[in-house]
Design a binder for this molecule. Sequence first.
Ligand code: NDP
Length: 444
Amino acid sequence: MSDFDLLVLGAGSGGVACARRAASYGAKVAIIEQAEIGGTCVHRGCIPKKFLLYASHFAHDFSDSRGYGWQVEDPVFNWPELITNKSNELRRLEGIYKKLLTDSGVRIFQGRGQFKTTNSVEVNSEILSADKILIATGGWPDMPNIDGIHLAINSNDVFDLPKKPDRIIIIGGGYIACELATIFNGLGSKVVQLYRSEMILRGFDDEVRNFIYEHMISDGLEIRLKENVVKLSKTTEGICVFTSTGDKIYADEVLFAIGRKPNTLDLDLKCLGIQTNEKGAINVNENSSSSVSNIYAIGDCTDKLNLTPVAIHEGRCLAETLFNSNPQLPDYRNVPTAIFTQPEIGVVGLTEQQARKEYNAIDIFKTSFRPLKHTLTGRETKVFMKLVVDRESDRVVGCHMVGDGSSEIIQLLGIALQAGATKKQFDKTMAVHPTTAEEFVTMY
Ligand code: NDP
């Protein structure tokens, strides 16, 4: 008989969700984690990023408040204080995660787990056996193999810098690069973002990409398109970045945000017969099962949709299927997502470009306007909103927004799309006035 019904490798969002749900159905569960309980989202991703984002926002808020009659002396920002407060809060959250696990009856093993067989894992010299094993080891920032790369940092390091960089160069054009670029810009750093292709945020709606790009530029960011890093070197003027155009740029910190790779390389998966793709992502079927029938994988280590709520959903579906006789397959349709740039981007469903390929005919409804708040602040900022509609069924198949509050608004539009709402139903919905969101129900 095995020690456990389920052994989970990795106590990030997905692993914790699956472990707790499985334990709630009476399964004997253990979870192994080599770093902090809570994983990337809590410690090196979503949560610390959001704290930095809030901090960054105040810069706009202080200056905007003047248009509303406030007199604000030049505010002073204290980076170490923010970092200390952030770290204290993350420690508190880790405590909550641990308590949630132990209160659910899940045993926590802190250490590095190493497969011994397809039914056993060694941790801290102890062998644990289990009927089923879940790999939820997440991902890790990728770094290029170029000269001087040891001088650069990645998203794991950025939340604990001892000092706010006066000058920072950020490489990449995806979620992390764009979010951190606008955050540091708001905090007063001189930011240069380098992106290797034509336009940042590949895969998002083209109009959204152009809109946020223009916005970031007008907010003072320097974005260099079609430019990459060749090598780095240390100089008396700071870190020198040699770019693909032959230019040299100097900065206090150079941050690579060029994607994340699955955390699977040290697990000896091949020896167990677990198949992975060329990036090391574990191949799973629709039920999160790997090529070895009692071993499952969820979250970023499968490199599907690398988002916290997706990993949690996959973990809960798996626990329902395995331990509650309630088979559930993860549903990847209409996953809302937000990019916490300034202003934010919120997206659910198809881009215009995707919808044109998928449907015979589509209708596009869009608007761009200056939000009421900024008529008094004087800030030259605009909101962009767009609906993509399948003409035949009248169903709204894509919603896109750039502007303050996009992340909150898109969460609820996700419900509408999941319910299959039509454009007529959007139009029949009464507006809340005066809001930005009301434009989504008044676009004729
Ligand atoms: P992304 O995959 O989003 O973006 C990677 C970027 O790096 C792309 O612009 C890519 O360019 C570029 N790139 C890739 N390789 C190189 C290279 N060798 N040299 C230069 N540039 C390169 O990854 P991120 O690191 O930004 O984020 C990882 C994942 O984390 C995201 O995909 C997302 O799922 C998740 N995440 C979600 C957040 C949220 O929900 N708000 C926030 C942060 C992260 P190209 O387009 O040409 O391929």
